[in-house]
Structures are given as structure tokens and as C-alpha cells.
Design a protein around this ligand. Sequence first.
Ligand code: ADP
Ligand code: G6P
Length: 461
Amino acid sequence: MRRTVIVSNRVASITEGSSKGGAGGLAVAILETLRESKGLWFGWSGNVREAPLDTPKHSAPTQANPFETVTVDLTPAEHSGYYNGYANRILWPVLHYRSDLMEYHSEHFRTYQRVNANFVSQLVPLLKEDDLIWLHDYHLMMAPRDLRQAGVKNRIGFFLHTPFPSADVFATLPNHRELVSSLCHCDLIGFQSPTDLRSFEDYITHEAGGQVHANEEFEAFGRQFRAQVFPISIDPDGFASAAEESERSDVANRLRESLDGRSLMVGVDRLDYSKGLPERFLSFEHLLDRYPENRQRVTFLQIAPYSRIDVPEYKLIRSRLEGLSGRINGRFAEVDWTPLRYINRGLARRTLAGVLRHSRVALVTPLRDGMNLVAKEYVAAQDPEDPGVLVLSRFAGAAHELKEALIVNPLDYENTGEAVQRALSMSLEERKERWSALMDTIRQQDITAWRRSFIAALEAT
Ligand code: ADP
Ligand code: G6P
């Protein structure tokens, strides 16, 4: 079997991935993937040093992490220009349809290019002739061109974990042509949803002057490649067992006792403006306003660990949420009931699974999201005899697959509140029907299917 070399900005280990929440969907999915298929994972160590080590740091496989990792450090200037500046203040907002939040400086693009080139120059000596190279996410869009320029002939795949926005929106990025022409050096480009692929096709034909042939074959910038949809997923049965076991844990007992028979609504997200958290808080406020019978009877637990704390837009959203949560609790709390429990820490994965299982309703209402793994985790965590209801944004990639969820437009917070009311009063029969259809879908397209189909398509190019 050929070795798969995974390259991403963030590299996580099982200890980190399982005990600290908030590392995001990419880390969770790659950990699951490598647990099964071994291979090598190359990326940033998470360390920022004035004088980074001359050579990358190798860690041998262990029982917990049955794969090799090779990591590099960033200097403070690289961290600020490449990670915070270009990846998170320029690319991330545009990819999530928020060009209005883009804070463009050409210097950040130069740093981004330099860091992509450094990653590649440290990676190339490690490569073997028949390795499959699998690049992940928006931090590394210049890497395909650099790899080819370094003479690498291996098959190269790229998977974008975020949405690919409509061509008009992507073209608001001053460097859109450089980025896409670099991506075209791949053999295969993977997207989360048919909407993303359609936007990319549109970009290739209308902005890049390229062509899209049958069988998802593309021609642009003098290169030929394929682009396809590979919806990312989870290990549903593994997550379900973790949820069942966690039901008997100390935290689950404390949670159950503290609720005193009230229904639990849950939200779990990195604290990111793409997740629609203020709108979600407003929908909860609407629920309590419009349906006062829920007061004292329902508790909403929002878990939102801090993310990208140096980026100003993340600080702003954080203070907005602090204001809203204070207002909602100030308006509705009673001496013995806090309507909204707002926690800014990650939970251990197993604990999280138990919390999801115990929740009657999950609110997964991003304004835009590549996939959203929490939606799938919530379904997998449910008790088949008494499952809860998923309220899901139509703008999450997951909405393409999870059609039996209650689908909402998160910008219409009143309507989201109505959907929650419907979820809270849904009959057991309807909950079971919806849940079993959702769980079938997740089982059919799980994380193993995602990895296998991407690798098979890359090998076939
Ligand atoms: P994103 O990748 O944008 O963060 P996803 O929903 O796709 O969004 O993935 C988030 C992942 O991180 C999920 O696997 C989720 O369980 C995990 N996660 C998010 N917040 C927490 C938290 N507070 N505690 C534990 N895990 C978390
Ligand atoms: C999203 C991105 C990932 C990123 C994660 C966490 O899932 O698609 O690439 O790793 O968020 O963000 P961070 O900036 O902490 O890596």
C-alpha cells in the first residue's frame, strides 16, 4: 500500500484531539483518518519562536498515535502575516461569504507565499517516489505550485474543508487567480458539497477562462485535473459508543442533576463569527418570549471555546455574545433557573458525546460552514429509543445530506425559534423516524468512506 502524506497547517495528536475541544473539524477528521490508515502528517507545530529549529521535528508513531508526525515552527512574523493575517483575516472571511470583513494587505500574501514555500521545502526531502500527497485546507493553497516547481511528480490531492464561495465573491480576493492557478497543479481537488463544486466550476469557466468536461475533468491555467465532492464525516458507531458510555460518567450525572428534569438544548462550536451564534442566542430569546411555557422548563447550553484570539473580528463577536447572554439571563432567569449556560471551554470528546446524547435539541445554525461535524456527532450520539432533534442551518454543508433535520435559515432567528418549539414538542414517533433516516445517511458516508473515496479517486487520476 502506498503511503499517504497529509499536509495541513494544524497538526493534532490523539491526546490533544481527545482531551481538548476546539481544535476544529479538520484535526478531528484527520486524526480519525490516520488512526485507520497510518502514514505521515506534516504541518505547523503550534509553536511560535523567534528562531525556529533548523530542521523539522519528527515524532515516531505510538500506540495512541499510530502515524508519524513532522512539524515545523513559525516565527512571530510568519504567525502574524500567514496565519492570523492572510489565512484568518483574508481567506477565511471570503471563503465564508464575508468579504466585508476582509482586512487586505499585500504584505500578508507575500508572507503566506513564503510560509507555503517553506513548508514545501521542508517536506520535499521526506517524500518517497510513490507517496500520495494530500494537502488540506485554505492555509496551503500555494503549496501545489511550489511542489511542482520543486520537481515533485507524485500525485497531489487537495481538500478544502471550508465552503468555496460563489465566483463573484471569490473574485473579491485580490489574489484569487494566483491561488486557483496554484490549485490547478493538483491531480484532484475535493470539496465538501455540490454547491462548492458548482461555484468552483463557475469560477473556472467564467473567471479563469478554463473548461469543465464530463467526468469532472477540468482544464485551466494550462493544467488538467479533476474536482469532485467528498463530504467529510465521522465514525458514527465509535461516537455512539462513546456517548453511551459517557452517559454514566460523573459529568453526565452532574448535568442531569443540575437540570432537575428540564429539557436541554445544546450548541457546540468554536467561537467564530461564521457559526451564527448571536442569531442563535436571539432565537432562544424569541422562544422564551413567544412561548413562555418554556420558561423554567428548558435550558440552553452553548459551549464555545475561544478560537483565533488575536484576530479582532473574533474579539468583537466574543463581546457581542457576552452582552447577549447577559441580557437573556438578566431578562428571564429565576432564582432557581439560568436559561442560558454559556461556556467558553472545550470538553473532552467523550464528555461532549455524553452531553450531546442528553440534549433534546441541538442547534447547529452556522451562517456558512464547509460541513459541520457537530451536526453528525449529535445524530450519532442519540439514544435510538428516545432521540433528540437536530435543528440545522441550510448553509451548513451537512444540510445537503441531513435532510430529515429541521432545516432553517439562521438569519431568520424568529423562524429558528419556531423550529426549536417544534422540536421540543415533536412526538417520539416522528423523532425516531427522522433520527433513523439521518443515522442511515451518516453510516453510509462515514469517515472511512470519505478517506477511501478520496484516495481511490486520487490514485485513479
Ligand atoms: P469547525 O471545523 O469549523 O470548528 P466542525 O463542526 O466541523 O467545525 O468541527 C468541530 C469539531 O470540534 C467537532 O468534532 C466538535 O466536536 C469539536 N468541538 C468543537 N467545540 C468543542 C468543544 N467545546 N469541546 C470539544 N470538542 C469541540
Ligand atoms: C476549521 C478549519 C481548519 C482549522 C479549524 C480550527 O475547521 O477548516 O483548517 O484547523 O477550523 O481553526 P484553527 O485556526 O484553530 O486551526
